[in-house]
Design a binder for this molecule. Sequence first.
Ligand code: C5P
Length: 342
Amino acid sequence: MTVKVRSFAKINVGLRIGAAREDGFHELLTVYQTIALHDVIGVSVMRGSGIEIRCDDARVPKDDSNTCYRIVEKTMRALKAKGRVIVEIEKQLPVQGGMGGASSNAVAALVALERALKQSLPAEERLRIVAEVGSDLPLFLVGGTVLGVGRGEQVYPLEDLPAMACVVVTPEVGVSTPKAFAEWDRRVSQRRLKLNSFASARAVEAKLTLGGASDRMGELSRALSAWLGKSYSGAPFGRGRAENPLLALVRAGIKNDFEQVVFPEYPELSKAKRALERAGAKYASLSGSGSTLYGMFASKEAARVAAQKLRHQGWAAQATATLTRKQYWAKFLVSRFSFLVV
Ligand code: C5P
């Protein structure tokens, strides 16, 4: 039996980097949003043993460094299942980072494997396994608009917001996430040194992201709470007119901290953000540590025209839309059919 599923991408709507932790990770506060761009993952279980990754794209690893390989290995072990697992990846998403492609592929492979085996892991165990493979895997077990805390692996579903048109730009730049975090730390300690020479230790503590409950994390948290409060109380979002709640969220002034370290290193990415804004985006931002950028648009048509304009300017741009949780799961399964895999 082969189970085929869609592996959707995500964008980050705001991302705050907090304190560096003893385990080498950083505290994060972010809102993940799934979008309609996707790969297709097929999983088959046959007699025998081992794991085989098939993909036409040479940039996708086929060995145990592939996130799908790692998740299948862990899931088979946890389920005490036997068989040879074949994972076929139809790569449609750009391989550039920021959209969680590899993470999404792994979660899709896990869910497809459970269906192929007709067995499933308890929800808590599933979350534990996916978080072991990477910080931005668990969000794909929720879908839609998702709050991410901890190192990004603790996920909470937010209100299922209406879909919104967007344009994704993927400059051909490879940004290393660990390096971006290291650069962030370097800047924080530089600022700490500078402040140390001017101010008291107490002022330093107050200004920097030294603790989990830093000023800057608190700022995003307050913006989110205010937004959620409005959303649940039914108060109008826009100034007098109905506004897409996602747009109301970004208007709260939320930002992606990675822009501060990634843009100076890769000026092309800040140019791409400006190009999105000039093309009419209501809000544009880097996604994750990049190199993907996205812009939110007032309508499907505005996004389509903007993507076309950006492509004429030489940018790799695609018009798409955000995906609600309901749509994410409704569109997840492509097909399930039995045939002999050779
Ligand atoms: O969890 P993931 O594999 O995506 O993380 C890749 C790397 O990014 C980690 O090894 C760590 O260096 C860095 N990271 C971090 N803080 C996070 C998430 C990732 O420092 N919250």
